[in-house]
Each structure stands twice: as C-alpha cells, then as structure tokens.
Design a protein around this ligand. Structure first.
Ligand code: AMP
Ligand code: ZN
Length: 286
C-alpha cells in the first residue's frame, strides 16, 4: 500500500485514505488545526495551560499545540494512585522535555489526601480534584485557557452517561470551548473531533512515549463500546452528534422573546407555528 500524497510506503489509514508516517502526521495536525478554527477555540494572545496526564490523548494534544507555536505550558496532577501515578508523572516529564514545554506539577497529596485514600466513588472524587486543581492553578498563574485531551469518544460517552443519569447540566458542558466566568477559567478541547484511534496513531507516528496503561480505577468502557457499536451501524454518527452538541447553545432567558405574530414564547422573530401556518395555510379552511 502506498501513501495517497507522496507514494511512500503507507503507515495507516486516516479518514478513508492511506498515508505514510510523515503525511499521516501532516493530515492529523491539519485536522486538529481546522477543529480549533471551526470552533474558535483559541483567541489571539491567549496563554494556554495544557493538562497532561501522560496518556495518548493528552500527549497528542500537547504535541500538536506545541508544534503550532501557541503560548503554552503543561500541568500534570499527581493524584496519588499508586504505581500508575508514578509512571504518569515520569512519562509527563519525558514528554515535556522532548517537546520543550515547561511542565508544572501539582500534587493532590499537598492538600492532605490522595485518590488512594478514598474508598468509594473514586472516579467522581478524582474528576472533581482534577477540575479543581487545574482551574485553581490556571487562574493563580495567569493562564487564559485550560486545554484537555478529551477525544470524540470521551465527549460522546460523557454525554450519554450524563443523559442516562439525568445530569442535563453536565450534558450541556460537552462543548469544544466553555467560556469561563468569575473564578472559573475557560476550557478548551482541541481534540474534540479526533478519535482515540487517530490520537494513538499520531503519537506512534511521531514516536512519542505515552502511558499505555489505563488508570486501575477507571470506570468501565461500556459507554465507549456503545458509541463504537452505533458508529458501525450509523456511519458519521460521532461527528454529527459532536457538531450538534457544539452548536447547541445554552439557552439563556434573554434568548427567548415573543412571536411578532401571535405573542407566544419563541426564540425567533416569528414562532415556528406561525411560520407553519403561513406556509401551509389552506384558503378553503377560512
Ligand atoms: P480523563 O478525565 O482521565 O478522561 O482525562 C481527560 C483529560 O484530562 C486528559 O486528556 C488530560 O488532558 C486531563 N487529565 C487527566 N488526568 C490528568 C492528570 N493526572 N494530570 C493532568 N491532566 C490530566
Ligand atoms: Zn506520504
């Protein structure tokens, strides 16, 4: 098999065509760049704090952002999950050195506990600690945005998990850029439209080290498996859902108004019902 761009020996398939390692890297980076542009994820002059866990997704994200030349530093949070955390920190140090990005490390232990001290519901405590520490570090150190390595399957499986458990407010947060307010720093997800397979192949093509192991306390992957199952039956399911989620605005009260024709509540000048009445009006019924 030959590369579709340069006829070198093919490495892997990316969005329907085979590419050599160099062209794969180029195609992948172009795709991330266009995702960042599409969702206006990074504004001019913004200082980015990239959350680096050492897994393939955040390694891919940090690599791409550093190659794009953004004003960038990384943050690793040591959660104190035994050997897993030790290895994550080791890889994060290595990656930051290879990519020549400054790495900051915050340790949950310095707040008096570690994830290993928590007996039940580790994942929610851990998720909360990560969000809290990232936000606080970013704000206290003058960063404008926090970038995380969430990939397409992460976002969709989070969406379905939250929809399933009735957490609608959380579902609304599965967006590429969530504006900060008050003490909350803006968050971005540069890999919003990239799949975990693409991220893995990219770090392999770039020959970057990453932690292959999953967190020993990680929740089951069944929601991700469901996403893959649906995608197999409904091609483009992932990308269409992601784009819908990204478009869906949080409806604020001021978005609502009164229909110019009938006075009922609507989000447009003339409500959908009145537009339908005008469109389908049958003179014989008058
Ligand atoms: P997760 O919450 O494990 O699915 O990870 C989602 C994203 O959060 C990763 O892609 C990273 O950007 C970030 N993240 C997760 N764990 C850590 C960590 N220990 N330190 C810094 N960032 C992390
Ligand atoms: Zn090529």
């Amino acid at each position: 098999m030959k590369c579709a761009r340069c006829k070198e020996k093919a490495f892997e398939k990316f969005r329907g065509r085979y590419y050599c390692t160099n062209c794969f890297i180029k195609k992948y980076e172009e795709a991330v760049k266009s995702t960042i542009k599409r969702y206006k994820m990074i504004k001019e002059g913004e200082k980015i704090l990239a959350a680096l866990s050492g897994g393939k997704d955040s390694v891919a994200m940090l690599s791409v952002l550093s190659r794009f030349g953004f004003d960038l530093e990384a943050l690793h949070i040591d959660l104190g999950i035994g050997d897993y955390s030790r290895k994550s920190l080791e890889i994060s140090n290595k990656i930051a050195e290879i990519l020549n990005v400054e790495l900051n490390v915050v340790s949950l232990k310095s707040y008096g506990f570690t994830v290993d001290d928590v007996k039940k519901k580790e994942c929610s405590v851990c998720g909360n600690a990560k969000r809290y520490l990232m936000n606080r570090f970013a704000r206290e150190n003058g960063f404008d945005v926090i970038a995380t390595g969430h990939c397409a399957e992460d976002i969709l499986s989070n969406f379905f998990k939250n929809l399933y458990s009735g957490n609608v407010e959380w579902s609304e947060k599965q967006k590429p850029r969530i504006e900060g307010f008050d003490k909350i720093v803006t968050r971005i997800r540069p890999l919003y439209e990239m799949s975990e397979r693409e991220n893995l192949l990219y770090v392999m093509a770039r020959d970057l080290p990453f932690l292959y192991e999953e967190c020993p306390k990680a929740p089951s992957t069944r929601w991700k498996e469901i996403i893959y199952d649906i995608e197999r039956k409904v091609p483009n399911f992932k990308i269409n859902c992601l784009r819908t989620l990204a478009r869906e605005r949080e409806r604020k009260l001021e978005d609502y108004r009164y229909c110019k024709v009938c006075g009922e509540i609507t989000t447009t000048e003339i409500c959908q019902f009145c537009r339908n009445v005008m469109k389908f009006r049958n003179p014989q019924l008058r």
